[in-house]
Design a protein around this ligand. Structure first.
Ligand code: ADP
Ligand code: MG
Length: 309
């Protein structure tokens, strides 16, 4: 199922938490909402799941409208809320039965669904325990089982790996990837490697607005724009080298790398490369070109660029 969001805005009192946001998520996509704390990720998710009413704007799941048919949408969405609220005194199986009943799973199918979900999320050995007796990672699995119990076509997971240890993080990521094969998934995170590891596409959200949208690859090349080279030259003083490089036509900007003799970071003019010019210059001047390689802008840099004040 596809999710369409049009001009979505949410005010809390006078504060605008989500600011005129529009996007479409296609059937089968796994999309990450990436943004710093307070960006508006949870608020957007809560509106998509119909737990919170927008101040203005439209949300549709295929042809169902969130304002007109919230029940139809809730039926088709599995939601893991932030902080995954669970009833700690309840045994896992009882809790999942309770969730299945709430979601309107037909009585005759409930036991089968519970067994299946316990299997899918890997809770077999723990299934007779109370939720309060489980570690954080296993509680998160219960949260996922709860979200999946009615076999929804869409999954909305709010910070699904927060508070987990590195092994659990890897397991939950794998599980999400697996589930993403036949569901439309949105997950949120403030951690970049997280969305990069699990998502086909990333929406970077900052201060209630979408500031970037694309695959990790696309975001990188968008931000990159110009060729960025690291070079190291031996044969003259830094200032002589710098002066000579500055005369090259293809170069936009040069920066000395601090504490590294003869090392520079070179930005070429847009749509040009300065590799050949640098090489020729070194031959002319009888300098040794010890190093020359492309420097990739990391997603981390892009994220910081886009979300800094
Ligand atoms: P994120 O999930 O990206 O961290 P949220 O959607 O939780 O961001 O919050 C966006 C902004 O809205 C924040 O400034 C937050 O303090 C505010 N906010 C969130 N929930 C409420 C609420 N129930 N009442 C008032 N303000 C809220
Ligand atoms: Mg949040």
């Amino acid at each position: 199922m596809a999710i369409t969001v049009e001009n979505l805005t949410k005010y809390y009192g006078v504060q605008k938490a989500v600011d005129n946001v529009s996007f479409t998520i296609n059937t089968g996509e796994v999309v990450g909402f990436l943004g710093p704390n307070g960006a508006g990720k949870s608020t957007t998710m809560r509106m998509i799941t119909c737990y919170l009413e927008p101040s203005s704007g439209e949300i549709r799941l295929d042809n169902f409208s969130a304002s007109q048919q919230p029940q139809e949408i809730k039926k088709r969405i599995g939601y893991l809320p932030e902080n995954n609220p669970l009833y700690l005194d309840m045994p896992i199986v009882d809790y999942l039965r309770f969730c299945a009943e709430l979601q309107g799973v037909p009585k005759a199918e409930i036991s089968g669904r519970i067994r299946k979900m316990i299997d899918v999320v890997g809770l077999k050995l723990e299934r007779y325990k109370k939720i309060g007796e489980l570690s954080k990672g296993y509680r998160q699995r219960v949260g996922l089982a709860q979200a999946l119990i009615h076999n929804p076509e869409v999954l909305i997971l709010d910070e699904p790996t927060t508070g987990l240890d590195p092994n659990q993080i890897i397991e939950i990521r794998q599980l999400i990837r697996e589930l993403g094969k036949d569901k439309t998934v949105i997950l949120s995170s403030h951690i970049l490697p997280e969305v990069e590891a699990t998502c086909d596409r990333i929406l970077i959200i900052n201060k209630g607005k979408i500031v970037a949208d694309g695959t990790a690859e696309q975001l990188r090349s968008q931000a990159q724009g110009s060729e960025l080279l690291t070079i190291r030259i031996e044969g003259d003083t830094n200032s002589e080298i710098l002066a000579a490089l500055q005369n090259l036509e293809t170069i936009e900007k040069i920066k000395e790398v601090p504490n590294e003799e003869g090392k520079f970071l070179v930005t070429s003019k847009k749509d040009t490369s300065s590799r050949k010019d640098i090489f020729k210059l070194c031959v002319e001047k009888n300098w040794y070109l010890l190093e020359m390689h492309g420097t990739e802008t990391s997603l981390e840099d892009i994220f910081r660029q886009l979300t800094k004040n």
